[in-house]
Design a protein around this ligand. Sequence first.
Ligand SMILES: Nc1ncnc2c1ncn2[C@@H]1O[C@H](COP(=O)(O)OP(=O)(O)OP(=O)(O)O)[C@@H](O)[C@H]1O
Ligand SMILES: [Mg+2]
Length: 338
Amino acid sequence: MGSYNVVILKDISKLDVTYIPGKILCREKEIGLLKLYMKSGRAIISGGVGTGKTLLAKHYGGDAYINCYMNRTEHRVVEDIVKQLKPNFHTAGMTTQALWNEIEESKVIILDEIDGMIPDELRHFAYTLSRMKEKGKEINYIAITRSANILRQIIGDDAIWSTFADKAIVWLHNYEWEEIMKILDYRAGEALRKDAYNEDILSMIADIAINSPGHMRTAIDVLRNAALIAENEGSDEIKAEHVRMANEEGWLSDVESLEGSEAIVLLATAIACREKSYASLEEIKEVVKAKEEEHGIKIKNFDELIERLIKEDFVYKGKKGYTILNYPCNEIIKRLEK
Ligand SMILES: Nc1ncnc2c1ncn2[C@@H]1O[C@H](COP(=O)(O)OP(=O)(O)OP(=O)(O)O)[C@@H](O)[C@H]1O
Ligand SMILES: [Mg+2]
């Protein structure tokens, strides 16, 4: 893509997974707690996928950052820490204990996805950390886990757990819809040109994210992909259909298995939403009426059918109206109008 292509994206790198935004919104209390706990040199961040755990830790800052899924043994983790703290140091052939001794007390280490370590290794790792503390050497760390309760079970020993984590857990709840909107607005503002998207577009993405196990991670992914799709199409703004394409799921074959009247209501919803993010129930009914005339049929149980489509995840009922989130309306129309 040439540099002339600046219609939608101001700076795509601002939506990169590795990018650390200048501000973390909606986490003031948690940031405060993290700072408080780190005064005693240790904290655990616990929260579901995409709740901002990695972001929070990196924002606080560390001298070494380790992803424990990539380094699953105590030796590998400690070796990686030393390599990051002392880039010119030769770690080859050193024992794990010797490596531990190279870690200075003043440094902060971020241990991301710590439960990704092999359980025995993790247990011993936590044991070593807590034993060092008893001996008076305190290594500062932020450990990140999707579940502090599972981490506690893996570590098993109450005494070790207590020195490792107790009274230092920062819990990150899943964001509410309004919080996702606020964060999306900020992140879109950094990465995209202001008139390349609108509130309804962000609202659709928030609807997707709140129902997705990937949470805020999904929100940023969908935003980035929708922007790329729109730009690739030569559009000067992100349209609802671009969001649907970015969130496309492979269920379209299901569409053909719908029975006649249910298919017509879905078709009507797709037609009503084709050019926009949301449609009202009245707008959908309007299209249904036109289809009834066109095909010479009568749909008596519209309310029941739309409810069924919502339950089956074909149609989504959000705060702003009815929409389709996981497939482009144009594709549905193409399939169903046959
Ligand atoms: N409060 C926030 N303000 C701005 N951006 C946020 C906020 N929370 C999350 N994000 C963004 O959402 C995405 C997911 O956040 P992050 O990677 O930190 O989640 P995570 O909890 O580490 O997820 P996982 O469990 O999958 O590792 C990132 O792009 C991050 O920058
Ligand atoms: Mg993470």
